[in-house]
Design a protein around this ligand. Structure first.
Ligand code: IPM
Ligand code: MG
Length: 360
C-alpha cells in the first residue's frame, strides 16, 4: 500500500530521532512491500528562523494533505534561545498547540509500558517494578487550560496573570467515549482523573464520564483525584489500565508515567481526531542539551511510527513488527545512555536505529 507521511523533524534532537524512525519505516517498506511518500514540514524554532513564526498556514495545509504526520520535537532552551524572544503566540510550543487545534487532534494516546528488560532502569522500588505495568494515558489535547483565554495586565497597580480552564460537555464526551472504546480493546478499566473536590470543570468532567460509561457496562470505571493519581502511579502503577484525563493533568501525569517506564525517551504518542488521520510524536521534548551529539534515545519516535502504522494506516502486523524489534533490541542488551544499566551495551542514536531495523 502507499501512504503520504508529513515529516516534522523540528528542533533539538528532533531531526536525529526522526531520521531513525524513517530508517525503521524504510525497513517496513522493504519487508512488507509498502511505499511511504514523505513531505517535509517546517515547524518550531526552525520555522521561526525562516518565517518568524513557529507554524505557517502552509505547514498546516501540508499536514492536512498527508495521511498522517510523524514528528520529532520542537523548542529550545527557554531561557537562552532567541526563539523565546518572539511574541508568545509565535513561539515553538504555541505552534504545536496550534497544529493540534487546527487538525482537531483531541485524543492523545500515551502508552506507558514497562518492558521487563528495563525493570532495572525503573526508578520504583524493586518489588513494584517486578510486577510490571501497562498503562495507556488518554489525554484530552485541544481544550482546557492550554487553550483558554489568557492575559497578563496590571489590575489596580498589581501585575496579574490569568489563564482560563474551560471545558464543555461535548469536548468531554468525545474523549471519554474514546477512552471506553480503547479500554474495550484492553483490560476494560478506565480511571478518570480529575480534581472534582475543587474545580467546576472537573465536576462536569466526572458527570459526563459517568453518563458515557452507561454505554460500556463491561468497562469498570473509577474516578481518581489527580494528586492521588500522581501518588498511585509510583506506588502501584499495575492498578491502572486506561487513564483518562484533561489536558494539563495529562501533560504532567504522562511525564511521570514515562519516567517510571525507564525514561522519557521511551514514551510514544498518537494524537488523533475523528478520522484515521493522526500526528505521532515522542512525548519527551527537544532536549537541546544533548542535541547533535548522537546520543538521544530514538525508541519513543520509532514506537510512535509504529502507532502511526496501527492507528492511521491499519497495518497492525507491521506495527507489531516494530514493537517486537524494539523488545528484541532491549533483550539483546542494547541501550542508549538514558536507559543504560550495568552489563548492557551502550549505543548511540543511529546505531540504535540500525539495530531495530535489522530486527524487523
Ligand atoms: C507535551 C509537551 C507539550 C504539551 C508542550 C511542548 C506544549 O509538553 O506534548 O507533553 O504541553 O502538550
Ligand atoms: Mg509534556
Amino acid at each position: 500500500m502507499e501512504f503520504r507521511i508529513g515529516s516534522i523533524a523540528g528542533d533539538g534532537i528532533g531531526p536525529e530521532i526522526v531520521t531513525e524512525a524513517r530508517k525503521v519505516l524504510s525497513g517496513i517498506e522493504e519487508k512488507f512491500g509498502h511505499t511511504f511518500h514523505y513531505q517535509d514540514i517546517l515547524m518550531g524554532g526552525c520555522s521561526i528562523d525562516k518565517y518568524g513564526d513557529s507554524l505557517t498556514d502552509e505547514a498546516i495545509e501540508q499536514a492536512k494533505s498527508s495521511d498522517a504526520v510523524l514528528m520529532g520535537s520542537i523548542g529550545g532552551n527557554t531561557s537562552t534561545s532567541p526563539w523565546y524572544k518572539v511574541a508568545p503566540e509565535k513561539r515553538p510550543e504555541a505552534g504545536l498547540l496550534r497544529i493540534r487545534k487546527a487538525l482537531n487532534l483531541f485524543a492523545n494516546l500515551r502508552p506507558s509500558y514497562l518492558f521487563p528488560e528495563l525493570a532495572s532502569s525503573c526508578p520504583l522500588r524493586r518489588e513494584v517494578a517486578e510486577k510490571g505495568f501497562d498503562i495507556l494515558i488518554l489525554r484530552e489535547l485541544t481544550g482546557g487550560l492550554y487553550f483558554g483565554d489568557r492575559y497578563t495586565k496590571e489590575i489596580d497597580g498589581v501585575m496579574t496573570a490569568v489563564d482560563t480552564l474551560k471545558y464543555d460537555e461535548n469536548e468531554i464526551r468525545r474523549v471519554a467515549k474514546r477512552a471506553f472504546e480503547v479500554a474495550m480493546q484492553r483490560r476494560k478499566k478506565v480511571s478518570s482523573v480529575d480534581k472534582a473536590n475543587v474545580l467546576d470543570s472537573s465536576r462536569l468532567w466526572r458527570k459526563v464520564v459517568n453518563e458515557v460509561s452507561q454505554s460500556y457496562p463491561e468497562v469498570e470505571l473509577e474516578h481518581v483525584l489527580v494528586d492521588s493519581c500522581a501518588m498511585q502511579l509510583v506506588r502501584n502503577p499495575g492498578n491502572f489500565d486506561v487513564v483518562l484525563t484533561e489536558n494539563m493533568f495529562g501533560d504532567i501525569l504522562s511525564d511521570e508515567a514515562a519516567e517510571i517506564s525507564g525514561s522519557l525517551g521511551m514514551l510514544a504518542s498518537a494524537s488523533l481526531n475523528d478520522t484515521s488521520f493522526g500526528l505521532y510524536e515522542p512525548a519527551g521534548g527537544s532536549a537541546p542539551d544533548i542535541a547533535g551529539k548522537g546520543i538521544a534515545n530514538p525508541i519513543a519516535t520509532i514506537l510512535s511510527a509504529g502507532m502511526m502504522l496501527r492507528y492511521s494506516f491499519g497495518l497492525s502486523k507491521e506495527a507489531d513488527a516494530i514493537e517486537n524489534a524494539v523488545r528484541k533490541v532491549l533483550s539483546d542488551g542494547y541501550r542508549t545512555g538514558d536507559i543504560m544499566s550495568e552489563g548492557c551495551k551502550k549505543v548511540g542514536t543511529s546505531e540504535m536505529g540500525d539495530l531495530i531495523r535489522e530486527r524487523l
